[in-house]
Design a protein around this ligand. Structure first.
Ligand code: PHE
Ligand code: ZN
Length: 834
């Protein structure tokens, strides 16, 4: 019988109370094998010593700011004791925690509290916790330390009272109110939308300052990166508040999707993550604005997942092979995984989706399930054939749809010819056609949708066609006028669509489409077209931008639109978006110049309207984090950013004034971000002022690091180097690393991709220095190389040389070796787990 275990000292091991000797077991590569385990049931007692203080990988039992805590997903439990560390081995855990009373007055573990008390004759105390729900060891957790607590209760739909507690560093209790509120709303929402009730007597969240990821859904005892718990108007932006709400909900929702039903093995990771992201996205859509949430989610999907899918790190939603599972907590598993669940909900409809979910909970509660099990519930509950749909889990790459619309005035028909392809990805040269729900509308000249009636007289249900072949055609009848095609409404499928439509069609959709996502998309497409033209024309200025400016003006003038939506429309595609759409031989400097020039011209052309709106969206009411107030601030700050886009006095003065006078972090940070783009004295003054105000507040200082790392100027690399020596910087803290190094590599397109390769070398040096301590974070930083092949030849050669140097370094962690080898296209399929 083999048990996993590593990085601790074995003190003793006994079988049915009889100590085992060296001949009874074998220790080898990360495990212990019992050589003659009894045939029947037996009790194994294992005593180990671990050193939490020395644990800088932040996996297993570690110490952060004097608090002891654990992180066991994916394979951290084996750093605590010998155990079958795999998600399909589920057990009931009873945990007794004992510690010095002064050092750790709070002692927590999963489940319900059983008893506690003093240990006679010592200064120690103990607590016993029992979790009645069988779980895999990756959901185990314990915490011990000096912590402040904010408590509340929640009454479940069946009338049970659940105690809620959030534990934080003493003194930070006043920043927990929003997290607590979000938790209660999430609990109610899961009851109302999915019929899911919480199942223990208590639900606890502990916020820690050193954490590799966002948060962790341990049963009854979530452990959080404090960035996703703490929020106050003076220190957190509206986006931070939204992040707290989403992550609190996400981890809570895992109680059913992940914990009660877990994964058979780590290949099924998206079974819990994709589904739970879908659930948290729906929660935010219901709590805030569905249209704005969809736009924000698609922006993130395209920025992260589409790029991953188009490069050397592309992999299916359910990977077929991995060398290091920690490297598969990716945008593909999370965000594309959520998109696959969303497509399912579109294909079977809202009620059909709920039927499928209900069946999933009934059938698999208490079990370790697979993606097949999940999909079978939707097939069975709806009499649907989802066999081709399974390809979404198996085939990597973003499908591309080419659509041609043909209007026949005489026959009053409109024909759609649709062709699909899925690009080759590493290990998958040839692809099969996918099932794609294509949500569409034919928009009439008055802006209203025309009925979608097929040639056989059938109406298209819910406006969704199901595409399943490499090429197919659909004819709609009774179309008297030439309609405008609105395709992939609501971004119902995570695909790229190209269509034979022109700038006039996009302008029309931007003004009239009843689907708000596609109104936004039309503006983006207009801008993208202009920007790509400008970049590929090598420095020439975009022509025909009047269409875009008219479209924006129309949106600014439409009072029926919510401010948050208008703010999204004003946000041009990012440099990374443009680079992705160009796809090959990318010159990041040319992209930057084109984007800056277009912003400047938009700011100039709409100056009066933007100023008026900036004023109209400003109010003197005290800060409130709700979606409507946040939307007004988002619009105000989008206006500010465009007003300053020429780097001239008026805009900069406005930004500097807003920075100095702001009573909340959203407005202050927005003004600082705008100032940071222009090398003017106001910038340096504001950066210094910001540091002085917030020097004692690590989460705010992270913003200060990230802002400077993102400055698009050649001096930035040197600035970032110097900041690594700043007293507030720390290599041991993942948030600080992500703020400074992560922001530089991921947000600063021109400076990370410096033509001399110095940005690449800096990232490589930093990651190598970190690799021996925290390999998970080192590997994640290096994933910034995921699109190096799309660069122009000079940068491509530099990036490749850097990657080869890293790959050749001595004693690389498995995490980092895996990322760089895959980035180089060197991964082989025979030494991974499949
Ligand atoms: N399972 C966590 C989530 O909710 C993410 C995580 C993975 C956290 C691994 C820590 C370690 O998404
Ligand atoms: Zn999750």
């Amino acid at each position: 019988m083999r048990l996993d275990g590593e990085n601790f000292e074995l003190a003793s091991i006994a079988l049915d109370r009889t100590p085992l000797g060296k001949k009874d077991y074998k220790l080898s590569d990360g495990g212990l094998t019992l050589l003659k385990p009894p045939a029947g049931p037996f009790t194994l007692e294992i005593v180990t010593f671990v050193d939490p203080e020395a644990n800088k990988a932040l996996s297993g039992l570690y110490r952060t700011n004097n608090v002891y805590c654990t992180q066991c997903e994916a394979e951290g439990f084996r750093r605590i004791t010998y155990f079958p560390d795999r998600p399909d081995v589920m057990a009931v855990f009873t945990t007794r925690v004992e510690a010095d009373k002064d050092e750790a007055p709070v002692l927590l573990a999963n489940g319900n509290f059983v008893r506690g008390g003093d240990v006679a004759g010592t200064n120690r105390h103990f607590a016993v916790w029992h979790d009645p729900f069988p779980k895999p060891c990756y959901l185990f957790a314990l915490v011990g330390g000096k912590l402040g607590c904010v408590a509340d209760t929640f009454t479940t739909m069946s009338g049970r009272t659940v105690e809620l507690r959030i534990y934080v560093e003493p003194g930070k209790e006043d920043r927990c109110g929003y997290a607590l509120d979000a938790l209660k709303r999430a609990m109610r929402w899961d009851e109302e939308k999915f019929g899911r009730e919480y199942d223990l007597d208590i639900f606890m969240i502990v916020a820690v300052s050193d954490f590799n990821m966002g948060a962790m859904e341990n049963k009854g005892l979530n452990i959080f990166n404090d960035k996703y718990v703490l929020a106050s108007p003076a220190t957190a932006t509206d986006n931070d508040y939204a992040g707290v709400e989403a992550v609190i909900a996400h981890e809570y929702f895992h109680n059913w999707t992940g914990n009660r039903i877990t994964c058979r093995d780590w290949f099924q990771l998206s079974l819990k993550e994709g589904l739970t992201v879908f659930r948290d996205q729906e929660f935010t859509a219901d709590e805030r604005s569905r249209a704005v949430e969809r736009i924000a989610d698609v922006r993130t999907l395209r920025a992260n997942q589409f790029v991953e899918d188009a490069g050397p790190l592309a992999h299916p939603v359910r990977p077929a092979l991995y060398h290091e599972i920690n490297n598969f907590y990716t945008p593909t598993v999370y965000e594309k995984g959520a998109e696959v669940v969303r497509m399912l909900s579109v294909l079977v409809g809202r009620d059909g989706f709920r039927r499928g979910m209900d069946l999933y909970f009934t059938r698999h509660d208490g079990h370790a399930a697979t993606v097949e099990d999940f999909i079978a519930c939707f097939a069975d509950a709806n009499g649907a054939d989802l066999s081709q749909f399974m390809r979404w889990y198996a085939q990597a790459g973003t499908p591309e749809l080419t659509v041609t619309g043909t209007f026949d005035r005489k026959a009053k028909t409109f024909r759609l010819d649709v062709a699909q392809t899925v690009p080759a990805t590493p290990g998958q040269p040839v692809k099969e056609p996918m099932t794609i729900p294509l949500a569409l509308g034919l928009v009439g000249a008055d802006g209203r949708d025309l009925p979608l009636v097929r040639a056989n007289g059938a109406r298209v249900a819910r406006g969704v066609l199901t595409i399943s072949k490499p090429a197919e055609s659909f004819t709609f009848t009774g179309i008297a006028e030439r309609p405008t095609l609105s395709l992939n409404r609501g971004f119902a499928a995570p695909i790229k669509v190209s269509v034979n439509a022109g700038a006039d069609d996009l302008k029309f959709l931007a003004a009239h489409d009843c689907d708000p996502f596609n109104r936004w998309q039309a503006v983006q497409s207009l801008a993208t077209g202009l920007l790509i033209e400008a970049v590929t024309a090598r420095g020439g200025k975009p022509q025909a931008e009047a269409g875009l400016i008219d479209a924006l003006a129309a949106i600014l003038a439409d009072d029926a639109l919510e401010p948050a939506f208008v703010a999204q429309a004003l946000g041009l595609p990012s440099e990374a978006d443009i680079a992705r759409d160009i796809g090959r031989e990318v010159d990041p400097d040319a992209v930057f110049r084109a984007r800056r020039a277009l912003r400047e011209r938009i700011g100039g052309a709409l100056n009066d309207r933007l100023s008026a709106l900036h004023r109209r969206m400003s109010d003197n009411a005290p800060y409130r984090p709700d979606a409507a107030s946040a939307g007004r601030r988002a619009l105000k700050n989008a206006c500010l950013d465009l007003l300053a886009a020429d780097g001239g006095d008026a805009g900069i003065t406005l930004a500097a004034r807003q920075f100095a006078g702001a009573d909340n972090m959203t407005d202050r940070m927005a003004a600082l971000t705008t100032l940071s783009l222009y090398d003017r004295p106001e910038r340096a003054a504001a950066i210094d002022d910001f540091y002085r105000r917030f020097a004692g507040d690590p989460l705010v200082i992270d913003k200060w690091f990230a802002l400077q790392a993102a400055i698009p100027e050649p001096a930035t690399l040197e600035r970032v180097r110097q900041l690594t020596a700043h007293p507030a910087f720390s290599f041991a803290n993942p948030n600080r690393l992500r703020a400074l190094i992560g922001a530089f590599a991921q947000l600063n397109q021109t400076q990370f991709n410096r033509p001399d390769g110095a940005g690449y070398d800096f990232l490589a040096e930093t990651a190598l220095a970190l690799d021996g301590k925290n390999p998970q974070v080192a590997a994640r930083l290096l994933s910034a190389f995921k699109s190096w092949r799309a660069l122009e030849p000079g940068r491509r050669a530099r990036a490749e040389a850097t990657l080869r140097r890293v790959a050749a370094a001595q004693s690389l962690s498995r995490d980092t070796a895996d990322i760089v080898r895959r980035a180089l296209g060197e991964q082989t399929a025979d030494d991974g787990r499949s």
